[in-house]
Design a protein. Sequence first.
Length: 470
Amino acid sequence: MPTVLIVEDEPKMLRLLELNLSDEGYTTRSAASAEAALSLLRQESVDLVLTDLRLPGMDGLEFLQAAKRVSAALPVVVMTAYGTVETAVEAMKAGASDYVLKPFSLEEVKLIIRKELDVHHLREENRSLREALGRRYEFKNIVARSPKMQEVLATVERVAPTNSTVLLGGESGVGKDLIARAIHQHSRRASGPFVKINCTAIPENLLESELFGYEKGAFTGAVASKPGKFELADKGTVFLDEIGDVPGAIQVKLLRVLQEREFERLGGTRTLKVDVRLVAATNRDLRAALEQGTFREDLYYRLNVVPISIAPLRERKEDIPYLVDHFIARFAREAGKPIEGITPAAMKLLTAFHWPGNVRELENVVERAVVLSQDEIIGRDLLPEAIISPASRFATLSSFPLTKNTSLFEIIDSFERRVIIEMLEQTAWSQTEAADNFKIPLSTLNQKIKRHGIEIKKKRERPAAVPTTK
């Protein structure tokens, strides 16, 4: 309850105010002099001061000014029986919030105190909100200066200490993995495991056993029992990436885990209990999937407790210069190169590009530039042609061999093949990353690679650092 400090040298009036304000629910503190009141203000937290203007020793006006020096925002209501309205006005100019003239009714005093406490509460609330709006939220390994990402980080800070399920939405490459890790690291489960499961990277027939484990003899090849990801994440966090691609049969079991925090291993009969927090992510529109019948409505509402949508990089270009600086510093340190930055012309090109692969694509571009750079400053010549000349990103129609017998399907196939090869080259021949960028399941991309007869190169290792020349 609010604490009211009563400063009154008349014992009967002091006792009367104490009893009535206590009955009203306030916590009261009392002082018979200004000096005693100031000492108490310096030691205790007080929400409002009710003081007489005529006091022994230091008078009420001097006390009012001294109290404001202790706490400028502290509301002070003055009481006077000797002054005129001019005296009350003088007190208001000195910082008093309001005044009452003796003799007064106790109901009048209660009304003024209630009003001043309400006003003080609103002012404090507004101050806190202004501080929150002006605050810069920062998390390890997350570069986010744009207003949209600051909103995301503010939500992360509020939700992380809870056990609520979080659903992260956004295109591939926007940083959902980093946000999920930030939620875990700032939660009460930070000392527990963080287990990530990419639902598209695991074949459908193996996903159930990966999530929930299996008993010996559950299927051919199950020569020993194996715990699933949920068991391994006990007392920690499970991050289900690309939850929208989970098959319907697995969705039913996930719903049970969310509701009951229990499951059985594949081929087992014993019910296992786990204490896990679930963070899920998707680059699909799950509401559209509900309408199409490919995603369970009850599971969606269980997952969508705290939704966090992460904007694509093209919608938060303010972050690009900071991300570029971060990646240059990181890759230059790893490559042992004294690279100090990037030219304004190159930065302008990076900022203007639309980044379909989002932060992940920007990271790859900067890494390539650092590895190939022989100077202390990265220039535009080290950027991919697709960024220097966006129109050249994909082949034009004139580059296809059009003849009288060329069918439209042949043109489309040829175009698709070139685009797939280009994306694989950009992702260092990582099929999983390429599928993410295309926003298609990995199995679909593999089918297209096989159909087009694309020879998969070995996933490219990071090239050795090129010696710096002066």
